[in-house]
Design a protein around this ligand. Structure first.
Ligand code: ATP
Ligand code: MG
Length: 395
């Protein structure tokens, strides 16, 4: 395991709470990622101080009471957000989602016991060291996701944990411990009661993980619940996914074969419009596009962003289409600043009106024709050449 090096903010917050007489530890994802040798993307802290006591200890900092009811306060330390949560034990779960009550606790052990997986249930203190009550380090070293406590019980408390189990397995390239795996397969119906936004978040992280194809293959029960449209995933598609670029729209496009299905599925999971439109565009373009020469690429850039065209190329390449040197050609077009839009055309509507072309539709139509010719390389994007062509077009 790699040594843990706290962020400046985390070490400040631990010191500050201790100087006020409280215990405080880094906990969860930041400890897991540090031990694996990855830089944590944020630091979560856990303490026996209650939310009002946390707020009082950081009276000179910007503090956001994110979820005081659940014991969470966010402190901003030189722009670094630190989520500080009071030790708690969750009460009974009435609906497989939300604990009906949250009880604050005075022991870090209670707090670790309520966490989902052994690898996520470790706390770290710079002097006291690692608190690892459930064998988290060993599971990390062996690449195992294991529930803290009885897996089925933990899934009945919160159905989202089923998806989190497979999400972490995919993200880290881990496997599920036997009992956890069995409970995932037996309890997948519990996912029906989970907020779709939360499902989307876990699913997106799963898809962008190290081994999404293995997980999709091994836990079809879970994906039939959340994304019946893509099931069963063909073995060839799983092979493609295993080496697909780390890009959400490309990976989503790879899994769907029709744009109607994708619309329905992505809307249900509450994906934002940009992602939905991008995936639909990729699915349609991959069927229709045939010309990947410089001219063909410029024609695409007339209607789609450079990002979308680049994604299309990586999707086609991933699916085994011979795209020749289209990726390089796209870079050349962009670096050279080829004109692919009316904004970049060397003449504007006013220039045509000055030639005597009546303002209105005709101007727009001529500009579009000129742009088409520039894109196709039959006219240079130069004012004099464009104006001569416009005069001829107006006859
Ligand atoms: P990521 O890198 O994706 O942020 P993370 O481990 O930090 O990973 P979060 O969803 O941010 O995951 O949750 C923070 C911590 O809170 C987890 O490590 C885990 O200890 C605990 N946790 C989160 N969700 C649950 C849950 N549904 N049930 C039990 N514990 C949970
Ligand atoms: Mg996190």
């Amino acid at each position: 395991m790699k040594p843990i090096s706290l962020s400046t903010g985390a070490s400040f917050a631990i010191g500050r709470l201790e100087s006020h007489g409280f215990d405080c530890y880094a906990v969860g994802g930041c400890v897991r990622d540090s031990l694996l040798g990855f830089a944590p993307h944020d630091w979560d802290l856990t303490t026996n101080a209650t939310p009002p006591e946390i707020v009082a200890a950081f009276s000179d900092c910007r503090v956001i009471e994110t979820g005081a009811k659940h014991g969470t306060v966010t402190v901003l330390y030189e722009k670094e957000p630190l989520e500080i949560t009071t030790f708690r034990k969750d009460g009974a779960y009435a609906d497989n989602r939300h604990p009906t009550s949250v009880t604050f606790s005075t022991s870090v052990e209670d707090d670790l016991s309520r966490r989902d997986f052994t690898v996520n249930a470790m706390a770290y203190h710079p002097k006291k060291g690692l608190v690892d009550l459930f064998g988290g380090q060993e599971d990390l070293a062996r690449g195992i996701i294991r529930c803290v406590g009885d897996a089925e019980t933990r899934f009945y408390e919160d159905g989202l944990r089923i998806l989190r189990a497979v999400r972490f397995a995919s993200a880290l390239g881990f496997t599920l411990e036997e009992n956890t795996a069995r409970a995932v397969r037996n309890c997948e119906h519990l996912l029906d009661g989970i907020a779709r936004e939360r499902i989307r978040e876990e699913w997106s992280k799963l898809l962008l993980g190290k081994t999404p194809a293995t997980i999709l293959r091994d836990y079809p029960e879970v994906f039939t619940r959340i994304l019946p449209e893509i099931m069963p995933v063909a073995p060839q598609t799983l092979d493609l996914l295993a080496s697909a670029p780390l890009d959400l729209p490309v990976r989503l496009a790879l899994l769907f074969d029709s744009s109607e299905k994708v619309q329905e599925a992505l809307a249900r999971l509450r994906y934002d419009n940009t992602t939905r439109e991008e995936v639909v565009a990729l699915l349609e373009l991959q069927k229709t596009v045939s010309d990947l020469t410089e001219i063909g690429l410029r024609r695409l850039l007339r209607s789609y962003s450079a990002k979308t065209v680049a994604r299309l190329l990586s999707l086609l390449e991933c699916k085994g289409t011979n795209i020749g040197d289209a990726t390089v050609a796209l870079q050349v077009i962009l670096a050279r600043g080829d004109c692919t839009s009316l904004q970049a055309l060397a003449v504007k509507g006013d220039d045509l009106i000055a030639l005597g072309i009546p303002a209105g539709k005709q101007v727009g139509a001529i500009l579009e024709t000129l742009l088409g010719r520039v894109i196709d390389g039959t006219l240079p994007n130069e004012k004099s050449a464009l104006l001569s062509a416009a005069t001829l077009l107006n006859k």
